[in-house]
Design a protein around this ligand. Sequence first.
Ligand SMILES: Cc1ncc(COP(=O)(O)O)c(C=O)c1O
Length: 430
Amino acid sequence: MPVTAAATAASAAHAPAPADFEALRRQDPQIGEVIVGETARQAEGLQLIAAENFTSPAVLAALGSPLANKYAEGYPGARHHGGCELVDAAERIAVERAAGLFGAEHANVQPHSGSSAVLAAYAALLRPGDTVLAMGLAYGGHLTHGSPSNFSGRWFDFVGYGVDAETGLIDYEEVNALAHRDRPKAIVCGSISYPRHPDYAAFREIADEVGACLIADAAHPMGLVAGGAAPSPVPYADVVCATTHKVLRGPRGGMILCGADLAERIDRAVFPFTQGGAQMHTIAAKAVAFGEAATPAFTEYAHQVVANARVLADALAAEGLEVLTGGTDTHLVVVDPAPLGVDGRTARGRLAAAGLVLDTCALPYGDGGRGIRLGTAAVTTQGMRETEMARVAALFAAAVREGNGEGGESIRRVRTEVRELAGRFPPYPG
Ligand SMILES: Cc1ncc(COP(=O)(O)O)c(C=O)c1O
């Protein structure tokens, strides 16, 4: 698709947000200003946080609808509250769309977040004290994969696998050896910063060999899976947990997919075991997002997200940054800025001053230094393509390098160029 047509497709999906911000501003100027200011901040910089995206006005409308007022403990047709007939319909639609989109036998769309989905999956399949094998936090495992400051590390005995020091890729022989040594009850595959596709078939084989269940925490790639731009964990994992935000471009929230055999255990683990009333406005917004993700336009979007990330990775490498794993298959790019003379934290500060918003992340080697994680989901929603990704890489390198000296004036110059680029691709035109 030519550039202009792609930009039009993105813009058409992102007409002005319908909420009445002016009325809110009059009633509550303090919060009104925060919302208006944040809306401007999102539009004026480049949002390269890999977990973020711009939802459609339809998703925002569902989130801001009176469904937010409704209490609905339980599941459709079996609620603890009256008056749930219409929100029941919304949840049934969301479940049907999620199951259809991902080819799953069962979907639970109630988890309030990705972490809540993982908590419920553990609650359904494990008992406190069980051993779980997951990617180590130093290599990109999420907090829910065994952090001592999280319920997971407190209640379960986590063993961490890593990545090969040379290639940055998951070492399946190590996973296999640890699984045979520690005999985990569950193996978790999924990460916050792994830019390659996990080999779900290899994980399944290892899990079967040691009698473990396989939980895919696919929060990051699930939007790519929906758009056919990444392999699906659904045929391999016993349970798939995901967020509905990130590349999937829905509201902030979680979901769980599983086979019919585990449906009842999963549902009970979500409600009443780990959650109370379902958030019906969010569930309606999830349904809207699943509907959008089933369209040809979303398939095209998901492939463009990956194409953009590949160009960004190559262009950052050409600027002298070390690109982990040598590139990407997904929306994620992880770089070590050390060749430019700075660590991740310093680089992030300079980039933020220039309007490039992104995260640091763990680097899987050396002394625990920080790298930079970027993602292309949001900028692709704005309609940016390969040409703009090359420009983003140049601005990234300029901000990091020019911050080396006085900063000040040169960072301001990069900031002006960032604002000009972002201004050509407004997330919510008008
Ligand atoms: C792999 C993975 N699991 C779980 C989560 C948690 O999602 P949430 O922030 O919605 O709790 C994330 C979020 O980034 C994630 O990347």
